[in-house]
Design a protein around this ligand. Structure first.
Ligand SMILES: NC(=O)c1ccc[n+]([C@@H]2O[C@H](COP(=O)([O-])OP(=O)(O)OC[C@H]3O[C@@H](n4cnc5c(N)ncnc54)[C@H](OP(=O)(O)O)[C@@H]3O)[C@@H](O)[C@H]2O)c1
Length: 326
């Protein structure tokens, strides 16, 4: 028997319940993976509450990111071997489990020198940072950029990678402790946005010029003010809703604030093909291997305490990445 977390109704963290189940044999193109670590992501909260509808409805097992070892191969699987260490970060849903069936073409081989926990924490978050910084807007030397929730899972990776690309990084954080952590990961100007007006500080730092791009995973609480941080024709990248979704947006604001652009991207559209997934994951692995991006796993919870992990994430008590250990 295997164990997994099942959500039978949408709601608070208490709906995350551990259940036993008998995993099926892998079908054609699938493999069975024994997880060693599972990545926690804010998107898991959106699925749990029903903000994002799970593709197959209720009940479902959350989680899109994990690392583990391949235990069995389905028919036609040739690119993955039994015993191989693998990781994934684009789902499908079902990572909150000690054992699961996965489509083989969503797996990536993990090199020896990357630990199970780091592998589980770097895939969804690292690939997100990568497409945001290299594709949604290509950050170049001399750019000054703003990263919200700079001490978070995606945030710490964005700071380090953007710095490596030659950018000056301004980051918002919820506390002074988080400011120091962000600073230690390449954030040149941490702003405690619970105490300071971040748009005013950005204006000050850029000498009134404004920014070419803002990376905003916080959503409702920061969206409008983020537009005030952009220079004319700047790009607002709204990639998440940790504080709630942005609703009823008046397009005319983009005109009034300087012919601004806005995008609402998703990792899944940047890694839809195998070639895109390999390019994106390969880049993340390389950055981690070279020590340019450090994946900070700061919180660990046993799988059965997933609810506690969600409470910590939603109440802004986490920094860097969190993993569940099966
Ligand atoms: N579109 C995509 O492709 C994609 C992919 C991955 C992640 N994301 C998004 O990226 C964001 C970061 O994800 P993550 O997993 O790395 O989470 P995280 O940043 O580790 O955690 C969320 C952080 O948001 C900040 N926050 C501000 N207001 C908040 C509020 N009212 N409630 C909760 N948190 C609040 C907190 O940092 P402070 O205390 O410092 O404010 C909190 O630690 C999320 O919005 C996620 O959905 C999007």
């Amino acid at each position: 028997m295997a164990r997994r977390i099942v959500v039978r109704e949408f709601g608070g963290p208490e709906v995350l319940r551990l259940e036993s189940y008998e995993p099926p044999a892998p079908g054609p193109g699938e493999v069975r993976v024994r997880h060693r670590a599972v990545g926690l992501n804010f998107i898991d909260v959106y699925f749990r509450t029903g903000l994002y509808p799970p593709p197959d409805g209720l009940p479902f097992t959350p989680g899109l990111e994990a690392s583990g070892v391949v235990e069995a191969l389905g028919e036609g699987v040739v690119d993955v071997a039994v015993g191989q260490r693998v990781a994934y970060g684009t789902g499908p849903l079902g990572a909150y489990a000690d054992l699961r069936i996965m489509p083989a073409d969503r797996l990536v081989a993990i090199p020896e020198e990357i630990s199970d926990e780091v592998a589980a924490a770097m895939m969804l978050k690292g690939m997100t940072a990568r497409y945001l910084l290299k594709q949604t807007y290509a950050v170049k030397p001399g750019d000054t950029i703003l990263v919200h929730a700079a001490a978070g899972g995606v945030g710490l990776i964005l700071c380090q990678w953007a710095k490596h690309l030659g950018a000056t990084v301004i980051g918002t954080v919820g506390s002074r402790e988080k400011a120091e952590i962000a600073r230690a990961h390449g954030c040149d100007h941490p702003i405690v946005y619970t105490e300071e007006d971040f748009a005013a500080r950005v204006k000050e730092i850029t000498g009134g010029e404004g920014l070419p791009v803002v990376y905003d995973g916080v959503g409702r609480a920061t969206f409008l003010k983020s537009l005030d941080c952009l220079r004319p024709r700047g790009l607002m990248v709204s990639f998440g809703n940790a504080s709630g979704p942005v609703e009823n947006f008046d397009l005319g604001i983009l005109n009034r604030k300087g012919s601004l652009y806005v995008t609402r991207p998703s990792l899944f559209h940047y890694t839809a093909t195998r070639a895109e997934l390999e390019a994106c994951a390969g880049d993340v692995i390389e950055m981690v291997r070279r020590g340019i991006v450090r994946i900070e796993v700061e919180q660990r919870f046993p799988l059965e305490r997933a609810a506690e992990a969600h409470r910590a994430l939603e109440s802004r008590r986490t920094v860097g990445a969190t993993v569940l250990i099966p």
